[in-house]
Design a protein around this ligand. Structure first.
Ligand code: PBG
Length: 331
C-alpha cells in the first residue's frame, strides 16, 4: 500500500544531511540525562580496577571525591553510589545497614557538604551488608519479606537523613515503597525522592556488579524468589502501578537493553518518569568487545539511544563519564 505513495513520499529526503537528520530526530542523547554509578570501598586506600569491568573502579574515599569533582566539571551531576563493605562489617542480617553512623551515611553527608550541587542516589537493599549477599533477611531458607521491610525502612531513613537526594529501593520486597514513603513523611523528609527499581529482573547480567561490591558469594544462589521472572511483561506493569500507588516518584527498569519492551510498556502506560539501568554485564559485554576491537566505541551511544527510544527519561550507565568526555552534545 505504501508503495503507491512513491515518489510523493521519499523518506530519504529527511536523511539527506546531518542538519536535516538532527532537525527531525525523535530522540536525543544528552549528558543531562545520564547518571554515573560509582563503587566505593570502606577500607581500601587506593582505587582498584574491577577485573570483570575493565575501565571501572572500586574507589577509595579519596579517589571517589576526585572522581565526583571530575564528573561535576563534565556536567554529570547525578551519581548512584554503591559501597563495597569489608567482611568484618557484614553479618547474616546486614545489621550494619541500620547503623546511622555507618560508612555510607558518613560518606553521603561528606559528599553533600563538599558538593552541594551533586544529586546523590543511594541504593536501599541489604546485599552489601549480608554475608549471604542476599538483599534481605533469611528466615527458614528464604528472604523474609516483612522482616526485611523493617530493615529497609530504617536504612532508608538513615540514608535520607544523611542527605541522599534520591533513595532507590532495589530489593524487590513487596510493600517496601509504601513503608518507606510513610516513614519519610513521619520524619519530615517529605522531599526525598523515591526511585523505585520497579521492574528489576532476576538477571544473569549482574555478575560483574557483584564482583564490585564483594557479594560474589551470591553467584551460586538465586534471587528468583524476589526479583522478577524474566519471562514476564504484564507483571512489570503491575509492579510499576503498585510502586506508584505506594508513593514512588520515579520508576526503574533493570537491566536495560534486554528489557526494552518493558521500558516501553511502563512508559506508555504510566505517567511517571521511567529510568533504565544499563547494568554491569551490559557494560562488560560492550567494553570487552571494544577492547578486543570487535566493534568500536560508537556502539555505546547506539545502546543508550535504544534505551531512550524505548521511553526512558534518564539512564544509569557506567558510560556516563565516557559520553560526557567524548561528546559535546550527541545528536
Ligand atoms: C543490589 C543491586 C544489584 C544491582 C544494583 N543493585 C545486584 C543484585 O541485585 O544482585 C546490579 C547493578 C549492575 O549489575 O550494574 N540490590
Amino acid at each position: 500500500m505504501l508503495n503507491n505513495l512513491f515518489p510523493k513520499v521519499r523518506p530519504r529526503r529527511l536523511r539527506k544531511n546531518k542538519t536535516i537528520r538532527n532537525l527531525v530526530s525523535e530522540t536525543k542523547l544528552h549528558k543531562s540525562k545520564l547518571i554515573q554509578p560509582l563503587f566505593v570501598s570502606d577500607s581500601n586506600s587506593q582505587k582498584q580496577e574491577i577485573e570483570t569491568m575493565p575501565g571501572q573502579f572500586i574507589h577509595s574515599n579519596e579517589t571517589l571525591f576526585n572522581e565526583v569533582d571530575e564528573l561535576l566539571k563534565l556536567n554529570i551531576n547525578t551519581i548512584a553510589l554503591f559501597p563495597n563493605i569489608s567482611d568484618k562489617s557484614k553479618d547474616a542480617n546486614g545489621t550494619e545497614a541500620l547503623n546511622p553512623e555507618n560508612f555510607m551515611c558518613n560518606l553521603v553527608a561528606q559528599l553533600k557538604s563538599k558538593f552541594p550541587e551533586l544529586v546523590l542516589i543511594t541504593d536501599v537493599a541489604l546485599d552489601p551488608y549480608t554475608l549471604s549477599g542476599h538483599d534481605g533477611i533469611i528466615v527458614e531458607g528464604d528472604v523474609d519479606n516483612d522482616e526485611t521491610l523493617k530493615s529497609l525502612e530504617k536504612m532508608s531513613l538513615n540514608l535520607a537523613h544523611a542527605g541522599s537526594d534520591i533513595i532507590a529501593p532495589s530489593d524487590m520486597m513487596d510493600g517496601r515503597v509504601g513503608v518507606i514513603r510513610k516513614s519519610l513523611e513521619t520524619e519530615n523528609l517529605k522531599d526525598t525522592i523515591i526511585l523505585s527499581y520497579s521492574a528489576k529482573y532476576a538477571s544473569n547480567f549482574y555478575g560483574p556488579f557483584r564482583d564490585a561490591i564483594g557479594s560474589k558469594q551470591v553467584q551460586g544462589i538465586s534471587k528468583d524468589s524476589y526479583q522478577m521472572d524474566k519471562r514476564n511483561l504484564a507483571e512489570a506493569l503491575k509492579e510499576a502501578r503498585l510502586d506508584l500507588n505506594e508513593g514512588a516518584d520515579i520508576l526503574m527498569v533493570k537491566p536495560g537493553m534486554p528489557y526494552l519492551d518493558v521500558i516501553r510498556e511502563i512508559s506508555s502506560n504510566t505517567d511517571a518518569p521511567v529510568f533504565a539501568y544499563q547494568v554491569s554485564g551490559e557494560y562488560s559485554m560492550l567494553q570487552l568487545g571494544i577492547d578486543k576491537k570487535i566493534f568500536k566505541h560508537n556502539v555505546i551511544p547506539e545502546t543508550l539511544i535504544s534505551l531512550f527510544r524505548a521511553g526512558s527519561s534518564s539512564v544509569i550507565t557506567y558510560y556516563a563519564k565516557w559520553v560526557a568526555e567524548n561528546y559535546d552534545d550527541i545528536s
